[in-house]
Design a protein around this ligand. Structure first.
Ligand SMILES: [Zn+2]
Ligand SMILES: [Zn+2]
Length: 206
C-alpha cells in the first residue's frame, strides 16, 4: 500500500505543487476505500467517484484512487463543493465524504509551527484524525448505477442534430431519439449556419 506521502507526491506532480485541497481529496479517497473495504489504487472499474467540484481536490482524488474521467470511473458534478461520493459498483454501497467546515481552523492545532493558515491546512490535513476532518454519510444514488455508469457499445443518432450519442446518453421524447442538447439540456447556443461557414472560410484562409 502506498503512503499518503507517495500519493501526495504523485498529486503534486500533476498539480505542479501541493496545496491543502489536494490533501483533502487524497484523504477522502483513502478513507472511503477503507470504509468500503477496497484496495487502492484501482485499475478496474469497481470504484466510482463522483466529485462535487473540479479543481485541486480532484487531483488528490485521482492520485489516491486511480479513478479517472478517461476510464469512466470519475465523474464531476460541479456543485462547487469539496465533497465526493464513492460507490462500490459491485455492492452498490455508497459513501459521501465532505470536510468539516471547522477543519480549516482546527488544522492549526495539528500543525504547530506552521507559518500561515495555508500551511496549517496543508500540514494539518495530512495528520488530522478523520473524525475531526470529515463528515461521512452512507448515501444511496438517486439514479440506478446502470444509468450512471455506462452502457458501452450503445449508440444512437439524434433525430434533430444528427450527431452520434454514446453510452445510452440519448433521451426519448415522445418516442423520438434526441441528444440531451436537443432535448433542452444543452449548455451552448450555436451561431447561424452561415456564421459557421464564415469561420471555416477564415480558418482556410489562414
Ligand atoms: Zn491547488
Ligand atoms: Zn441533437
Amino acid at each position: 500500500m502506498r503512503t499518503l506521502d507517495q500519493i501526495l507526491a504523485e498529486s503534486a506532480k500533476r498539480h505542479k505543487h501541493l496545496c491543502p485541497r489536494q490533501v483533502l481529496g487524497a484523504r477522502m479517497g483513502l478513507f472511503a476505500a477503507e470504509l468500503l473495504g477496497l484496495e487502492l489504487p484501482r485499475g478496474d472499474k469497481r470504484l466510482l467517484v463522483i466529485s462535487e467540484t473540479d479543481g485541486c481536490a480532484v487531483d488528490g482524488l485521482i492520485a489516491a484512487t486511480g479513478c479517472r474521467v478517461g476510464s469512466r470511473t470519475l465523474r464531476i458534478l460541479d456543485f462547487g463543493k469539496v465533497a465526493a461520493t464513492f460507490t462500490d459498483t459491485y455492492t452498490e454501497e455508497s459513501i459521501r465524504i465532505v470536510p468539516r467546515l471547522q477543519a480549516r481552523f482546527t488544522s492549526a492545532e495539528h500543525a504547530l509551527g506552521a507559518r500561515s493558515n495555508w500551511e496549517a491546512m496543508l500540514l494539518g490535513y495530512q495528520v488530522m484524525p478523520v473524525s475531526e476532518l470529515f463528515i461521512t454519510q452512507r448515501v444511496k444514488l438517486d439514479a440506478p448505477l446502470s444509468e450512471i455508469v455506462n452502457r458501452p457499445g450503445n449508440k444512437a443518432i439524434c433525430t434533430i442534430c444528427g450527431e452520434e450519442v454514446m453510452n445510452g446518453r440519448e433521451v426519448l421524447n415522445n418516442g423520438i431519439v434526441l441528444c440531451r442538447a436537443c432535448a433542452g439540456e444543452g449548455y451552448y447556443h450555436s451561431f447561424a449556419e452561415s456564421m459557421t461557414a464564415e469561420i471555416v472560410e477564415r480558418i482556410k484562409g489562414n
